[in-house]
Design a protein. Structure first.
Length: 341
């Protein structure tokens, strides 16, 4: 498997990833559409497609009349420096949505370690089986806290139990994908899980011993509430279209949120970001960093740790090339002036 490129790894994954994901050359949400179980989106299945298409509609301004400085893609977050402003997103129930080549525990074992080795960090998933969080936080601790345990919006007692594990892992950050309130396995639970008031969210954030990231923000109002509750980071995310049909693409709401809150909180965005060029566009719209999930699944099923390393390297090269060809040398120089809208 050594020396395989991303396209070869993706092709190899096709035979082992199951019947739902097609390991498409372009992961744009079209072939899997509304297939759940599987990586598709809810209802019409169009939100994941919109996420991808929105990034493709943005165009970058080429400008090579600039000082030929060395390109610096490094990104600092909560006291840690990463090679790129890219993070691997939380993935759960892999044996259900893909194939039983991996379960959540064996997947996270590869995910966290390979991302840390590649100079980025993985957000880990959560689920009904308590072993998932136990093992995810164990592997994060073994990798010197380079990972982000991501907790579902369970009832208060369950949240605190999982936060205890996250706190003990020495993770450099902790997250909650609060938009997971729309997932079927969280609905109808006793005690109730799902939506959280500002006050409830603040209580959860205060219990965490690391900077807290709230994932699932799609409006200025939602961002303000997360900040009021104490979030140090927010993720502009519609959960890949898996929790609510009819939502806008993340790229179409990012700019307004970033214009309002840039500098007050770290702003991440996910949804349809597939290349280093897409990463550049997201930063130009005001994101501090991006999160990518689905393509990492193909990379792990196709080549394990080597797959992750190959994809991260490709993303980095594409980002560096975009920066070189648009006249910027560091992430802080990327702005709206570098894109056509």
């Amino acid at each position: 498997m050594k020396g395989m490129n991303v396209n070869e790894i993706r092709e190899k994954s096709r035979s082992v990833i199951g019947s739902y994901c097609k390991s498409c050359p372009i992961c744009n949400g079209k072939a899997c559409s509304n297939k759940i179980p599987g990586p598709g989106a809810k209802g019409t299945g169009t939100v994941a497609i919109k996420n991808y298409d929105a990034w493709q509609k943005l165009e970058v301004k080429m400008d090579t009349i600039a000082s030929n400085n060395e390109i610096d893609t490094s990104f600092e977050l909560f006291g840690k420096t990463f090679k790129y402003p890219v993070f691997a997103g939380p993935v759960g129930a892999v044996s259900q949505h893909y194939s039983d080549l991996y379960n959540d525990n064996s997947f996270n074992e590869v995910y966290v370690n390979a991302c840390a080795k590649s100079g980025i960090a993985a957000f880990t998933g959560d689920g009904l089986n308590e072993e998932i969080m136990i093992q995810a936080t164990r592997v994060i601790k073994e990798n010197e806290g380079v990972g982000v345990p991501t907790i579902k919006p369970w009832d208060k007692e369950t949240c605190f139990e999982k936060l205890e594990l996250a706190n003990e892992s020495n993770a450099f950050a902790i997250a909650m994908d609060i938009d997971a309130a729309g997932l079927p396995f969280l609905q109808g639970r006793i005690p109730p899980a799902g939506r959280k008031s500002e006050e409830e969210l603040k209580e959860i954030i205060d219990y965490a011993k690391a900077p807290f990231i709230v994932k699932g923000i799609m409006s200025v109002e939602g961002a303000q509430k997360a900040i009021n509750a104490g979030a140090k980071g927010i993720v502009v995310s519609n959960h890949g279209g898996r929790v609510l049909d009819g939502t806008p693409a993340t790229a179409s709401v990012l700019e307004k949120i970033a214009d309002k809150f840039k500098g007050q909180v770290k702003i991440f965005v996910d949804g349809g970001i597939r290349s280093g060029l897409d990463v550049f566009k997201a930063l130009a719209l005001g994101a501090d960093a991006v999160i990518i999930a689905r393509p990492f699944v193909n990379m792990i099923y196709g080549a394990g740790k080597e797959g992750v390393e190959a994809y991260v390297q490709q993303l980095g090269q594409e980002l560096e090339n975009a920066m070189m060809m648009t006249g910027v040398s560091s992430l802080k120089e990327i702005s709206k002036k570098n894109i056509y809208k």
